[in-house]
Design a binder for this molecule. Structure first.
Ligand code: NDP
Length: 462
C-alpha cells in the first residue's frame, strides 16, 4: 500500500483523514474508472479539507463538492476522411468545469490516450491554476483521441475542421476560450480558428495560441516553459540560489520542454536531457541555443523523433524506452505528460542530488513521488502553480484581442514574469509550514481555491 501525501503529515492526518476518505469515496463512486481524475481531486482534497474545516462557510455551501463536478461535459463524434478516402471516427470532448471567475479557459489535447478521466483531471486542475494567475478565467479542458503523429497536414486540417464544426456551437470569446496542449500547436489552432470564423462569420478571440498576424500574442509559445523556469527562479531565490551552473533535466521535447530549455540555459543552467515517448537523450555537454534550434526544427517542422539528435550530435546518447530521471542533476523540469515521475524515480532524483522540481507538465509526479519530495523537503513546484504562465499569457492574449492591440515582446514577458512572481508569493503565503518549510502543494491549492470559492458564495447556488 502506498501512503498518500496527506498521510505523510501525521499531525494533520489524525484529524482529517476520515473526512478526506469519505469525500473521496463519493468522488470515486460518482466518477467510476476515472483514475487520473481521482488522483487530482485527492491531492487537492488532502490539503483543502483541513482548510475548509477551519472555514465552515465553504463547508456548508459544499464548495469543494461543487468544484469537483463539471458544470457541463460535452461529448461528440468527430468524423473525417483520411488521405485514402477512408472514413475515420474519433471522440471529441469539452469539459466546462467552472465559470465562477470568468469564461471557461483551458487547452485542447489531441493524443490517443485521451479519455474523459484525463480531461476531467486537467479541467479540475485548470480551475485552481487559472485562479492563481489572478486573471478572470474559469476552468475548462477538451480534446480528442485523435493522434496527429504520422498524419499529413491535410488530414490534420480535415480533422480540425470536423472537430470545430461541433465545438463551435459551445464556445465563444465570452463563454469558453480553448487553447493548445499536447498535440495541439500553432498548426492545429490555425485550422480550428479558420473553421470557427467561417461558421460564425466572426473574427474574435475565441481561441488563444493564434499566429501573430491573426490575433496571437508575442511570448505565448514561450510562456509555459519560461513561466516554469521563472517559478523555479523564485524558489531558488528563497534559498539565495540561482540557475548558474545548475545541471537541469528536462523531459519531453514539445512546446513546454523547448522553451523551458531555452530559459534555463539563458539563466545560466545546463540542460542535459530531452525526451519523447520513445526514450530520452543525454547530452553531457549541454543543449546549447544552437542545438535547441535543431531540436525545434526536428520537432516542429520535420516532426521527427528525439533520438535523431544523436545522429547530429554524437556526443549525446539515446536511451530507448527510458525516462531521464536516472541522470545526476540539481534541478528537474518535467515537461512531457502526467505521471512521468513515480516514487522510485523521485528517490533516484534525490539520491543523485536533485533539490528542486518545477513542473511544466500537468501532474507529472505521482502521489508517491510527491510524498518523496515532501519527505525530503526539497523545493517542489506543482504544475498548477509552476506551469500557469501558459494560461496566464493566454489571458493576456484575450486582453489584447478585446482591446484590438498588440503588446511588445518585452511587455508581455514582463507581465508574465510578474504573474509568476505573484503566484510564487501566493504559494508562500498559504503554504509556509510552522517550521518554515514551504509546501507549495498546499500553497497552490489553497491560494487557487479561495478566489473561486468566494465567487461561488457570492453567486449563490448555480
Ligand atoms: P507537445 O505536444 O508540444 O509535447 C509533448 C511532449 O511530451 C512530446 O515530446 C511527447 O512525445 C511527450 N509525450 C506526450 N505524451 C507522452 C507519453 N504518454 N509518454 C511519454 N512522452 C509523452 O505538448 P506540450 O509541450 O504543449 O505539453 C507538455 C505538457 O505540458 C502536458 O502535460 C501539458 O498538459 C502541459 N502544459 C502545456 C501547456 C501549453 O501551453 N502548451 C500549458 C500548461 C501545461 P511524443 O512526441 O513522442 O508524443
Amino acid at each position: 500500500m502506498t501512503l498518500s501525501v496527506y498521510e505523510t503529515k501525521p499531525a494533520m492526518a489524525s484529524g482529517y483523514q476520515q473526512a478526506v476518505d469519505e469525500f473521496m469515496a463519493k468522488i470515486i463512486a460518482k466518477n467510476p474508472g476515472e483514475k487520473e481524475f481521482h488522483q487530482a481531486v485527492k491531492e487537492v482534497a488532502e490539503t483543502l479539507i483541513p482548510f475548509i474545516e477551519e472555514n465552515p462557510k465553504y463547508k456548508t455551501a459544499k464548495i469543494l463538492e461543487r468544484i469537483a463536478e463539471p458544470e457541463r461535459v460535452i461529448l461528440f463524434r468527430v468524423p473525417w476522411l483520411d488521405d485514402k478516402g477512408e472514413i475515420q471516427i474519433n471522440k471529441g470532448y469539452r469539459i466546462e468545469m467552472n465559470s465562477a471567475i470568468g469564461p471557461y479557459k483551458g487547452g485542447l489535447r489531441f493524443h490517443p490516450t485521451v479519455n474523459l478521466g484525463i480531461l476531467k483531471f486537467l479541467a479540475f486542475e485548470q480551475v485552481f491554476k487559472n485562479s492563481l494567475t489572478t486573471l478572470p478565467m474559469g476552468g475548462g479542458k477538451g480534446g480528442s483521441d485523435f493522434d496527429p503523429k504520422g498524419k499529413s497536414d491535410n488530414e490534420v486540417m480535415r480533422f480540425c475542421q470536423s472537430f470545430m464544426t461541433e465545438l463551435a456551437r459551445h464556445i465563444g470569446p465570452d463563454t469558453d476560450v480553448p487553447a493548445g496542449d499536447i498535440g495541439v500547436g500553432g498548426r492545429e489552432i490555425g485550422y480550428m480558428f479558420g473553421q470557427y470564423k467561417r461558421l460564425r462569420n466572426e473574427f474574435t478571440g475565441v481561441l488563444t495560441g493564434k499566429g501573430l498576424d491573426w490575433g496571437g500574442s508575442l511570448i505565448r509559445p514561450e510562456a509555459t516553459g519560461y513561466g516554469q523556469v521563472y517559478f523555479a527562479k523564485e524558489m531558488l531565490k528563497m534559498k539565495g540560489l540561482d540557475f548558474k551552473g545548475k545541471i537541469c533535466l528536462v523531459s519531453g521535447s514539445g512546446n513546454v520542454a523547448q522553451y523551458a530549455t531555452q530559459k534555463a540555459t539563458q539563466l545560466g543552467g545546463k540542460v542535459v536531457t530531452l525526451s519523447d515517448s520513445e526514450g530520452y537523450i543525454h547530452d553531457p555537454s549541454g543543449i546549447t541555443e544552437e542545438k535547441l534550434a535543431y531540436v525545434m526544427h526536428l520537432k516542429n517542422v520535420k516532426r521527427g523523433r528525439i533520438k535523431e539528435y544523436c545522429d547530429k550530435y554524437p556526443e549525446a546518447k539515446f536511451f530507448a524506452d527510458k525516462r531521464p530521471w536516472e541522470v545526476k542533476c540539481d534541478i528537474a523540469l518535467p515537461s512531457a505528460t502526467q505521471n512521468e515521475i513515480d516514487g522510485h524515480d523521485a528517490e533516484m532524483l534525490i539520491a543523485n542530488g536533485c533539490f528542486l522540481v518545477s513542473e511544466g507538465a500537468n501532474m507529472p509526479s505521482t502521489p508517491e513521488a510527491i510524498e518523496v519530495y515532501l519527505k525530503h523537503k526539497i523545493m517542489y513546484g506543482p504544475g498548477k502553480a509552476a506551469n500557469a504562465g501558459g494560461v496566464a499569457t493566454s489571458g493576456l492574449e484575450m486582453s489584447q484581442n478585446s482591446m484590438r492591440l498588440s503588446w511588445s515582446r518585452e511587455e508581455v514577458d514582463e507581465r508574465l514574469h510578474t504573474i509568476m512572481i505573484n503566484i510564487h508569493k501566493n504559494c508562500v503565503k498559504f503554504g509556509t509550514e510552522p517550521d518554515g518549510f514551504i509546501n507549495y502543494v498546499k500553497g497552490a491549492n489553497i491560494g487557487g481555491f479561495v478566489k473561486v470559492a468566494e465567487a461561488m458564495l457570492a453567486q449563490g447556488l448555480v
